[in-house]
Design a protein around this ligand. Structure first.
Ligand code: PAF
Length: 289
């Protein structure tokens, strides 16, 4: 099937209803566009799991704080459509902001996911996850997918979405997909395009430091707090400006407890005007506890 682009979510919903009545399963890949290999991996996974694949492209103003890059966020619809067509996506939903928030943004209902949205990126981007949770809930209601796909690069976002879907009993399976990296380890992100040549050389240190932190955690898990401090110092030495580097439990994002063996190291750094995030899951052998 050729890619069909809809601006109207109501028209897309009508088309999908017919397909659902025929018993077809639907996979949704929500994005903000400027697609790269990380997004395409989500589409490919959705293609494997479902009869019908829908991608959405919507730069959601509700999740950008004052002074963030809402205006400059790259918008590359024609190139995105070509990539989606190649990846075998069936439908693209690309609605105008006025369709999403017809009565404006100020008075719009918000979805707030407590605890898991707090700390980490929630600390320096206080309205971000409320905006994400709201737009994702709307997209899930507009499309009604069986499965929805999100990159693990935005680990905290994935946890927020899993929690909201569980709490609101939404009938959709949330699938996390592994991060795609450049050959030097830098996690793919639309914001990598903001980096200068010099900064692009420094940026992969983020992933390298996460790897070093993971090795230390495996060797001396009880020293995780000292290891966080060590990791932050390594980021600074590499020329990055850390926002945070923290170790959390992978399932809940709670602070690590003795006896839990699935941890994740999460970090955000500033590099010039660009904010980069990355994370690494760590499996620990804690059988001695
Ligand atoms: O990860 C993103 O691109 C966005 O936060 C999402 C999930 C599409 C919501 O706008």
């Amino acid at each position: 099937m050729m890619l069909r682009t809809f601006e109207s979510w109501q028209a897309l919903r009508g088309t999908l209803l017919t397909l659902k009545q025929q018993g077809k399963s639907i996979g949704l890949v929500p994005t903000m566009g400027n697609l790269h290999a990380g997004h395409i991996k989500l589409v490919q996974q959705a293609r494997l799991d479902n009869d019908v694949v829908v991608t959405s492209i919507f730069v959601n103003p509700l999740q950008f704080g004052a002074g963030e890059d809402l205006e400059s966020y790259p918008r590359t619809l024609a190139a995105d459509q070509a990539l989606l067509e190649d990846a075998g996506c069936d439908f693209l939903l690309s609605p105008p902001v006025t369709d999403f928030y017809p009565d404006g943004q100020q008075t719009h209902t918000r979805i707030k996911v407590p605890v898991v949205s707090e700390g980490l990126c929630g600390e320096s981007r206080p309205i971000h996850f409320e905006g994400v949770a709201t737009v994702v809930t709307k997209l899930l209601n507009m499309v009604g997918p069986d499965r929805a796909y999100f990159g693990k690069k935005d680990y905290q976002q994935l946890m927020v979405i899993k929690k909201l879907v569980a709490d609101l009993c939404l009938p959709v399976a949330i699938q996390g997909v592994d991060t795609v990296r450049d050959s030097d380890g830098l996690a793919l992100s639309s914001r990598n395009g903001y980096l200068t040549e010099k900064q692009r050389v420094i940026a992969p240190h983020l992933h390298a430091v996460l790897n070093q932190v993971a090795e230390r955690l495996k060797a001396t898990p009880d020293e995780w707090q000292a290891t966080e401090v060590w990791g932050i110092n390594q980021l600074v030495e590499a020329g990055l400006k850390p926002d945070y580097l923290e170790v959390r439990e992978a399932e809940t994002l709670a602070r690590p407890r003795i006896g839990c063996c699935a941890w994740v190291i999460l970090s955000a750094v500033h590099l010039g005007k660009t904010r980069l995030i990355d994370n690494l899951e760590v499996a620990l052998n804690r059988s001695k506890d």
